[in-house]
Design a binder for this molecule. Structure first.
Ligand SMILES: [Zn+2]
Length: 139
C-alpha cells in the first residue's frame, strides 16, 4: 500500500518516522502530523478538494473557504499549489455569497431582480446550498 499525501494537510512532504504497532509511521514535514498507512482511510475526501478549488476559482479567500467548508486554509493553499490552479480574472473583484436551504434557494430565484445582470453559481454544501453571485458587467 502506498500513500500519496498527508491525511491532515494533503502535503506530499513526509518522511518515515519509526514503526508503531508494526506499521510504518510517517511524519508530515509541513504540518508535523504523524500518521501510519492505516490512517489512509481518513484522508480528506476528494469531494472537499474539488469544492475548495471550485470556491477558490469563484474568488473566495482561503480563510473564507476554511470557514465555509471547515478544511484548513493551509490544505486549500496546498491544493491550489498542487493542482496549479490560477484564477482567470481580476482579483480586485470579489463576489458575494450566501448559504441557503432548498426552499430559500427557490424563493431567491423567483425574484427576477436577484439574478438580473448577474452570474450565479449554486453549489451543494452539506444539507444546504451556497449561492455565489457576481455582477457580470461591473466596471
Ligand atoms: Zn501534513
Amino acid at each position: 500500500m502506498t500513500i500519496d499525501l498527508c491525511p491532515n494537510c494533503s502535503s506530499d512532504q513526509y518522511v518515515k518516522s519509526g514503526i508503531v504497532n508494526k506499521r510504518q509511521r510517517y511524519r508530515c514535514k509541513k504540518c508535523n502530523y504523524y500518521f501510519t498507512v492505516n490512517k489512509i482511510g481518513k484522508k480528506i475526501d476528494d469531494y472537499y478538494v474539488n469544492k475548495s478549488l471550485q470556491l477558490y476559482l469563484e474568488g473566495l479567500t482561503y480563510r473564507e473557504i476554511e470557514r465555509i467548508l471547515g478544511v484548513s486554509h493551509v490544505s486549500v493553499m496546498n491544493w491550489v499549489k498542487k493542482y496549479n490552479i490560477k484564477r482567470p480574472y481580476n482579483t480586485n473583484y470579489h463576489p458575494t455569497y450566501r448559504i441557503l436551504n432548498a426552499s430559500e434557494l427557490g424563493k431567491y430565484f423567483l425574484e427576477t431582480e436577484n439574478i438580473k445582470g448577474a452570474g450565479v453559481v449554486v453549489t451543494e454544501l452539506g444539507d444546504k446550498f451556497m449561492l455565489i453571485k457576481w455582477e457580470r458587467f461591473k466596471d
